[in-house]
Ligand binder design. Structure first.
Ligand code: KE4
Length: 444
C-alpha cells in the first residue's frame, strides 16, 4: 500500500464509541459476551461494533457498515429486526400508556395465547428476564417439594442467579469463569452438576439424593455451549427418571420457546415438563419472560399461594403488545416452514464450504437454531464443546465480520435465523464462509 493509500478504519466511530462506553460501563457493555473478548486478536484490534439500526435480517453500525445478523439479540428477533406488525402494535400502546402497575387486558391476552399453544402450561406468570423466570421457577419447585437441591447440566446457562451460575454456559464459559466470584458456597452446595445428554449420571444422582432434590432444570436443546440437541430419547428418559423419583422437571425454554415450534421444544419432542421458563421470543425483543406450568404448582405463587415473586414492570403493556404481535405472526403465517427451509439450506451450504476448504466442522440444527463447531468429532456435551478449536472460531468470526456477516462473538452461542433470512441472505453467508474457511485452512 503506498503512502497515500491510507488504510481506512472501517470501525473508527465504533472505536471512539467503545472508548467512551468503557469509561462509564464495565467492559463498555451491559452484557459480557458483547465485548468480543473471546474472538479478538492478541492485539485486541477488533472493536465491538456499535449498532445504529436494524431492518429485517440486517443491522447497520455507526460507521455505516451493514451486516447480516445471526445474533438477532440472542434469539428474540425471530421475525427479523423492526417487523412492521410488532412496531405497529407497540405504537398503539405508546399512545395509550406503556406501564401502570395495574392489570391490563393485554397481559391476559398474551397469557391466554401462551397457555393455548404451550402444551404443559395451564397457568403463567410474566417477569422481565429469563434469569428471573428460572430463579422463580426454582423457588416454586423448592416450595412445592420442600427440598432444596437442584440438578443442572454443565454448560447449560439459566441466567445469572446465584444457585445457577455454576459451570454455566454462554458468557460464563466464554470468559472461562464458569462459577463466578461472589456466589456463596452455601448456595452452590445445593446445585448438583451432571453432563448434558448423560442419563447414567442423572440416574445415579437421583438414586443417591432424590429425597433432597427439588428439581432438574434443563435446556431441552442446549443453546449456551453452542447448539447441542438432546440425544434420541434423552428427554423421554429424563421425564421417566424424574417421575420415578418424585423430582420436578423444569424446561428452561427461554431460548427454545417459540423458536423451534409454536408449542416450544416440549411440543417438538413430545415431552412435557412440570414447569417451563420462557423468554426472548415471548416478548418479541422487549424485556419480557415468563414461567408457567401445572395448575397445582402455579396456584402456589402469590397472591394465590405463599410462594412470593413480584416485579414492577412484569406484564407491562409495551412488552405484552410486542409479544402478542410476534406470537400471532408465528401462529398465523408459514414462519416455521420458512425458518426450517432456509436454515437447512444454511447448514448444507456451510458444510459443503468447509469440506471444500478441507476444514473439519460439526454442525447441529433444530429448526432455526443452528450450531457450528470446529471439531472433527460429534459434540454432545460441555466437555466436547470446550475441546473444540476456539482459535478457529476466532478467525472465522473475524473474517465473517469483515465480509458483513455478524455472528455471536463466542464459540459457545447458537446461530439464529429469522423469517427475513431468505435465499439471498443465506447465499451471501455461504460465500463469505467459503473465504473464512479457506483462511482457517491457510492458518493451519
Ligand atoms: P436473560 O436473563 O439474559 O433474559 O435470560 C437468561 C437465560 C436463561 N436461560 C437460557 C436458556 C438462556 O439462553 C438465557 C440467556 N441467553 C444468553 C445467550 N446465550 C443471553 C445473552 C447474554 O447473556 O448477553
Amino acid at each position: 500500500m503506498n503512502k497515500d493509500q491510507v488504510k481506512v478504519d472501517r470501525y473508527a466511530k465504533s472505536r471512539d464509541a467503545y472508548t467512551w462506553a468503557c469509561e462509564v460501563m464495565p467492559g463498555g457493555v451491559n452484557s459480557p459476551v458483547r465485548a468480543f473478548k473471546s474472538v479478538n486478536t492478541e492485539q485486541g484490534d477488533i472493536v465491538p461494533v456499535t449498532v445504529k439500526s436494524g431492518k429485517g435480517a440486517y443491522v447497520t453500525d455507526i460507521d455505516g457498515n451493514n451486516y447480516i445478523d445471526y445474533i438477532l439479540s440472542y434469539g428474540p428477533l425471530i421475525l427479523g429486526h423492526t417487523p412492521e406488525s410488532v412496531s405497529a402494535a407497540m405504537s398503539k400502546v405508546m399512545r395509550s400508556g406503556w406501564t401502570f402497575g395495574m392489570p391490563t387486558e393485554l397481559e391476559t391476552q398474551l397469557a391466554q395465547l401462551v397457555t393455548d399453544v404451550v402444551p404443559s402450561i395451564d397457568i403463567v406468570r410474566f417477569v422481565n428476564s429469563g434469569t428471573e423466570a428460572v430463579m422463580s421457577a426454582i423457588r416454586l419447585a423448592r416450595a412445592a417439594t420442600s427440598r432444596n437441591k437442584v440438578i443442572k447440566c454443565t454448560g447449560c446457562y439459566h441466567g445469572h442467579s446465584d444457585s445457577l451460575l455454576v459451570q454455566a454456559g454462554s458468557g460464563a464459559t466464554t470468559l472461562g469463569v464458569p462459577s463466578s466470584p461472589g456466589v456463596p458456597e452455601s448456595i452452590t452446595q445445593n446445585t448438583i452438576l451432571i453432563p448434558f445428554n448423560d442419563l447414567e449420571a442423572l440416574d445415579s444422582v437421583l438414586k443417591e439424593q432424590s429425597e433432597e432434590i427439588a428439581c432438574f432444570v434443563i435446556e431441552p436443546i442446549a443453546g449456551n455451549m453452542g447448539c447441542i440437541p438432546p440425544k434420541e430419547d434423552y428427554l423421554e428418559v429424563v421425564r421417566e427418571l424424574c417421575d420415578r423419583h418424585g423430582v420436578l422437571l423444569i424446561f428452561d425454554e427461554v431460548m427454545t420457546g417459540f423458536r423451534v415450534d409454536l408449542g416450544c421444544a416440549q411440543k417438538r419432542f413430545g415431552v412435557m415438563p412440570d414447569l417451563t421458563c420462557l423468554g426472548k421470543v415471548v416478548g418479541g425483543g422487549l424485556p419480557c419472560a415468563a414461567y408457567g406450568g401445572r395448575e397445582d404448582l402455579m396456584r402456589q405463587v402469590a397472591p394465590d399461594g405463599p410462594v412470593y415473586q413480584a416485579g414492577t414492570l412484569s406484564g407491562n403493556p409495551l412488552a405484552m403488545a410486542a409479544g402478542l404481535a410476534t406470537l400471532e405472526a408465528l401462529r398465523d403465517t408459514d414462519a416455521y416452514g420458512i425458518l426450517e427451509t432456509n436454515t437447512a439450506k444454511l447448514q448444507e451450504g456451510l458444510e459443503k464450504a468447509a469440506s471444500d476448504a478441507g476444514v473439519s466442522i460439526y454442525t447441529t440444527r433444530v429448526g432455526s437454531m443452528f450450531g457450528l463447531f470446529f471439531s472433527d468429532t460429534p459434540v454432545l456435551n460441555y466437555q466436547d464443546a470446550t475441546n473444540c478449536r476456539t482459535d478457529h472460531y476466532a478467525i472465522f468470526f473475524q473474517t465473517m465480520l469483515e465480509q458483513g456477516i455478524m455472528l455471536a462473538p463466542s464459540a459457545f452461542e447458537t446461530w439464529f435465523t429469522s423469517t427475513q433470512h431468505d435465499e439471498t441472505v443465506i447465499s451471501k453467508t455461504i460465500e463469505a464462509a467459503s473465504i473464512a474457511f479457506q483462511k482457517i485452512a491457510e492458518a493451519e
